[in-house]
Ligand binder design. Structure first.
Ligand SMILES: NC(=O)c1ccc[n+]([C@@H]2O[C@H](COP(=O)([O-])OP(=O)(O)OC[C@H]3O[C@@H](n4cnc5c(N)ncnc54)[C@H](OP(=O)(O)O)[C@@H]3O)[C@@H](O)[C@H]2O)c1
Length: 204
């Protein structure tokens, strides 16, 4: 069975995911709410953090932590060992496609190959549910990966932590998705300094 998929993103009032200061402490504290089995991350989100990963403490895998699965059909991610040892995740899983460039022969990164030139996200989620017993997947992305998942009808819940700023341009939380989404409100909370949390179930 496909796991429950939730997108939790920090956004500006006009829906951008970059170009403003995120309340990171609150964002990551709230991210623990779902106790996800798998954190599904876009390669560009990982690449934006690779320098920080290299210099971060490396306590080793956290056995009780979620699995980190990164969509990486172009094999751009390099810091697999560093990510595994960050102390957040129990292990890492590289999500590749048939046409993904060859990996180094000594690579020990666990991988799942689906799709031809891009990772097949529907098949990936089915596999995670069936083979890794994943019930909840939290998507961590600047919007691109979430947009593709929305396009495929693979998102069950949205959590937007809205920051009191309008940035005008830049990537949006829904990526390239331009369709219609019917949302059922699940929660609204107002925090200090005008940060608002909107939580919705995606209907249908
Ligand atoms: N505000 C927030 O909450 C938040 C959260 C996380 C990150 N960020 C910021 O957002 C930025 C990165 O986010 P992003 O939105 O640019 O990228 P992203 O979602 O992290 O990465 C894009 C992902 O989408 C995949 N993809 C695109 N089209 C696809 C398709 N048709 N089928 C399957 N997979 C597909 C790409 O795979 P391949 O390219 O491997 O094929 C890649 O893994 C960074 O600057 C980061 O700091 C913000």
């Amino acid at each position: 069975m496909r796991p429950h998929v939730v997108g939790h993103l920090a956004v500006s009032v006009d829906g951008a995911t970059a170009g403003f200061d995120v309340d990171l402490a609150r964002f990551y504290a709230m991210a623990t709410l779902w106790q996800e089995d798998v954190t599904l991350v876009g390669a560009d989100t990982i690449l934006a953090q690779e320098a920080a990963v290299r210099s971060a403490p490396q306590p080793g895998p956290r056995e009780a932590g979620p699995l980190l699965a990164v969509v990486d059909s172009r094999a751009r991610v390099r810091e697999w060992e560093g990510l595994r040892n960050l102390g957040h995740w129990s292990d890492v899983l590289a999500l590749y496609a048939d046409q993904t460039p060859a990996r180094p022969p000594d690579s020990t990164t666990p991988e799942l190959v689906t799709g031809y030139d891009r990772v097949d996200l529907a098949e990936t989620l089915q596999w995670l549910g069936k083979r890794r017993d994943a019930r909840v997947v939290r998507v961590d992305t600047g919007g691109t990966l979430l947009g593709v998942l929305l396009e495929l009808g693979l998102v069950d819940e949205l959590s937007l932590l809205i920051h009191p700023v309008v940035v005008g341009s830049g990537p949006r939380w829904h990526g390239d998705f331009t369709g219609r989404l019917d949302l059922a409100p699940a929660n609204v909370e107002v925090f200090e300094r005008g940060v608002v949390w909107l939580r919705y179930c995606v209907s249908g």
